[in-house]
Write a protein that binds this ligand. Sequence first.
Ligand code: FES
Length: 246
Amino acid sequence: MRETQAIIERISRLNEHYQRLHLSVENYLKDVKPGQSLLARLTDRWDPYLRELWWPVAAANSGLTVERPGSQRYEPGQSVSLLGPVGQPFRYRRTLRNVLLIAYDTAPTPLVMSVDWLLSNHISVTLVLAGKAALYPTQRLPPEVEVLHADESLSWPNRVMTVGWADQVFVAVGQDDEMGRFGQIWTLFKELRAEIPKAYLFGVFQPAQPCGVGACQACLVPMRGHHNSLVCTEGPALDLTQVMLA
Ligand code: FES
């Protein structure tokens, strides 16, 4: 992981809740993979807070695009200090036909970069938006993605079928109670499937990450078998069959 400076070249609004920043970055960051993130800090003002976790949604020769909440103010020309890439790429199975992505009370932003990669490898993608994720504007997603909306009881159209067909599932949840929401998802999948195999259902964790390199232990997640995982080095996607959920 390295530190580098990026420039905000362009800003595009998706709706009042979300915006995208188009960044010029050094070449090595254009190789960022789905699942990896960046620790960012604007450099034109003093900032006493931790670096923010920025999720790339697209990488191209022209630069990197990240998605940010619409409430944050940015200006073209601003410079940003980036540390990254942080974390491991999503670990897809070798034989994969259908992937289910779920965003529950959070934006699906950590999952968005995987959509193009999966589609370009002829893997079908279903995206379920639950709770606050319903505010997410889906018009920029490729038309091949099946987008479904869940109700408050986490029910969505053809739920049994989408869960049954999925070869792998990646879930992002609201950060105010990640463990609680992952626990709800786990309970739901236990009801819908006879068995949850290993490497099938992944939680995409988004804790605050002060160092991003495994040095501070702030992003530790308790796992079964009396060991812990660090989200910044082993995550962000952790196999929920291995996570010690409440
Ligand atoms: S952020 Fe410091 S150990 Fe993960």
